[in-house]
Design a binder for this molecule. Structure first.
Ligand code: SF4
Ligand code: SF4
Length: 432
């Protein structure tokens, strides 16, 4: 044996033996001009399988290829040059919800969401021309331009009959494309200012759930926060990133990082947007923002105003995957809602399971999304609540559609953002 390791590792191996690994002449199957999962990320998976029972698509199919471990194995095969990015690979990637339940439970801290976004960038060129045009129009052209989002919301009643059936079932009928939030909201007279925060108004959130943004301003102000709504802000880019448009997502991340650069805290009331903005540095190292989930912020900073009583209401809090799994928000919203006299909080059976909304998933994978939606709606209906509190617009739309499809009593269950319940409990007059 050589005493000191001054020779390359493996020099002492018996003749014919070799390390198992890539051949020296391997060629990766990734396209080099597009983002791709890194070997460092792929290698964090030790294939232990602990994530499998937590993966919604694996639970429903029992297929390894529909599990986190199987998807990572497929990515690794492409990376090793033993497989190519083809339609089979695309179908494995497309069926993933990017719910990040696997990330949450993984003992190796696999960055699955980041890998999936990059793998999807690689499969984009395989899509049909029609699908690519539709994605380009929606994700590259409309969403990054707030005025186009508002125009789309304004024309929704006319366009509605021409939308895909699943989209029609999900999209709220009413939108508020012409209502603008005030640029600055001050705490009411008599409430000491604790600080200034900036609000991400969001694109879907501001046009279709404008009242949630208004409630957010009122509740933050009532608790001593001056709230600014920067006019130059743009879509957070989550939908673009989840659907393999990382170039657009990177542009939006850089733009918002400039717009919110001076903010002490960027408050986000939509779980998907908040989770994505917290990982802006995956797209650009310099795009670091102090992003805070609204309900987490209200809980952690404390309420200075005690909520008044509401009529006795049974409320189920719905855990959005991108709050629970990606941001670790679980107890905070429940604790805040628990401060409202009259509210009886009820847990949804299997409440940590994805509702199947997942951005555009309910349009791109309607069959799997529909199964998850029905299971979630049945679980909610079984609780016999009056209200479901959901802090993500995609989940809220999915819950409304799921409960409506169940019919009977489920249809009457109101779906609101938790901050709207707090707003009602404060009884603050409407913003002008
Ligand atoms: S992703 Fe994590 S939990 Fe799942 S198989 Fe790999 S190492 Fe195990
Ligand atoms: S992100 Fe969700 S659907 Fe995708 S592999 Fe992980 S647990 Fe499964």
């Amino acid at each position: 044996m050589t005493a000191a390791r001054d020779v390359p590792l493996g020099t002492d191996l018996p003749e014919g033996a070799r390390f198992i690994g890539r051949e020296a002449d391997f060629v990766s199957g990734w396209r080099v001009d597009l983002d791709a999962p890194t070997d460092a990320d792929l290698n964090t998976c030790v294939a232990c399988g602990l994530c499998l029972p937590h993966c919604p698509t694996y639970r429903l199919t029992g297929e390894e290829s529909a599990s986190p471990r199987g998807r990572i194995a497929a990515m690794r095969a492409v990376s090793d040059g033993t497989a190519v990015v083809d339609d089979t690979f695309r179908s494995f990637m497309d069926l993933c919800l990017v719910c990040r339940a696997c990330e949450d439970v993984c003992p190796s801290h696999v960055r699955f969401g980041r890998m999936m976004e990059r793998a999807r960038t690689q499969v984009e060129p395989l899509r049909s021309r029609r699908a690519r045009i539709a994605r380009w129009l929606g994700l590259d052209v409309v969403l990054p331009r707030p005025w186009l989002v508002r125009t789309a919301a304004a024309f929704q009643p006319i366009a509605r009959p021409f939308l895909p059936r699943r989209m029609r079932a999900i999209l709220p009928r009413r939108a508020a494309p012409f209502r603008r939030l005030p640029a600055v909201t001050e705490p009411p007279a008599g409430v000491a200012v604790r600080g200034t925060v900036a609000l991400l108004s969001g694109c879907v959130q501001d046009s279709w759930f404008h009242e949630v943004n208004q409630a957010t301003l009122r509740v933050l102000a009532r608790n001593g926060w001056r709230v600014t709504v920067p006019r130059a802000q743009r879509c957070c880019g989550a939908l673009a990133a989840h659907n393999g448009r990382l170039r657009v997502a990177r542009r939006l991340a850089r733009s918002n990082a400039r717009v919110f650069a001076q903010a002490d805290a960027v408050i986000v009331n939509a779980a998907g947007c908040g989770a994505h903005m917290q990982s802006y540095t995956d797209l650009d190292e310099t795009a670091r923002l102090p992003v805070r989930d609204l309900m987490g912020f209200l809980h952690d900073e404390g309420l200075v105003a005690e909520p008044g009583p509401l009529p006795t209401t049974r409320v189920a809090y719905h855990d959005a995957c991108h709050a629970l799994r990606a941001q670790g928000i679980r107890g905070q919203p429940r604790a805040v809602l628990g401060r409202i006299p009259g509210i009886e909080l009820v847990e949804i059976p299997g409440g940590d399971r994805c509702c199947g909304a997942a951005g555009l998933y309910n349009v791109t994978e309607p069959e799997m999304s529909g199964r998850l939606m029905r299971a979630k709606a049945e679980a909610v209906a079984s609780t016999r609540v009056n209200v479901v509190a959901s802090a993500n617009p995609g989940c809220s739309m999915q819950l409304v559609a799921g409960l409506r499809a169940l019919g009977q009593n489920a249809e009457g269950i109101e779906v609101v953002h938790p901050v709207e319940l707090l707003d009602r409990a404060y009884g603050v007059p409407a913003l002008r």
